[in-house]
Write a protein that binds this ligand. Structure first.
Ligand code: PCA
Length: 216
């Protein structure tokens, strides 16, 4: 039997009319390599977003889960290496919640590392001509909340399912209304990058030992 990949994308937030994450996710093919791709749009709300991810996991029974969000200001597609047990919101979420300096899971570990092969994913994207790099911070807003809770639920309740979070830049359309020099990417380039990254995730149970780290 073929495998299943669950990919989620966020709704718009922060005054934007679109979220490039969901725009890219909804354009993904319905199959990648041997895997069926299941897509879900999730709210930009602390707590509710990971609940929506878990509901989609129960329904789709995936082998791999990749959640995707917008990181305005980043120039590349960035698979996230680590999620931290900490919520610190600069702006309210879409339900008006604004946690400040809070633990996500009071009894949970300080951090979880991605269980998808982030280095292999970045290498595959770069070889396909798509700007990508590993990120070592998913921030402290709803995306980190989703990544932390995803990896927590996979570790506690869904053994064998691998997961990660990936950030995409602003879409070109968004940058048209933003200050000069704001980095952006075409949605179609994101679609290609996410597809190649998922092919790499399917192909590698273990990550590659290649130098994708930083000098700072
Ligand atoms: N990006 C935000 C939340 C939703 C999204 O797409 C973040 O990086 O936390």
């Amino acid at each position: 039997m073929g495998r299943t990949i669950l990919v989620t994308g966020f709704q718009p937030f922060g005054g934007e009319r679109m979220n490039p994450a969901w725009e890219a996710v909804k354009r993904l093919p319905d199959a990648i390599a041997d895997a069926t791709v299941v897509k879900a749009e999730i709210p930009v709300v602390f707590g509710k977003a990971p609940e929506a991810v878990e509901a989609a996991i129960k329904e789709a029974q995936p082998d791999i889960v990749l959640c995707i969000g917008q990181a305005g200001g980043r120039a590349k597609i960035t698979p996230e290496f680590v999620a931290i047990n900490y919520a610190d919101a600069r702006i309210p979420d879409n339900d008006g919640n604004q946690p400040i300096a809070e633990r996500i899971e009071p009894e949970g570990p300080a951090a979880y590392f991605a269980t998808l092969p982030v280095k292999a994913m970045v290498q595959a994207m770069n070889e396909a001509g798509i700007p990508a790099e590993v990120s070592y911070t998913a921030g402290t807003y709803v995306c980190n909340d989703v990544m932390y809770e995803l990896l927590h639920m996979l570790a506690c309740r869904y053994p064998g399912v691998r997961g990660d979070f990936l950030h995409v830049p602003y879409a070109t359309e968004q940058a048209a209304h933003l200050p000069s020099g704001t980095p952006s990417m075409e949605i179609e380039t994101m679609v290609k990058g996410i597809t190649v990254a998922l092919e790499a995730a399917l192909a590698h149970d273990e990550d590659l030992a290649i130098a994708t780290g930083s000098t700072h």
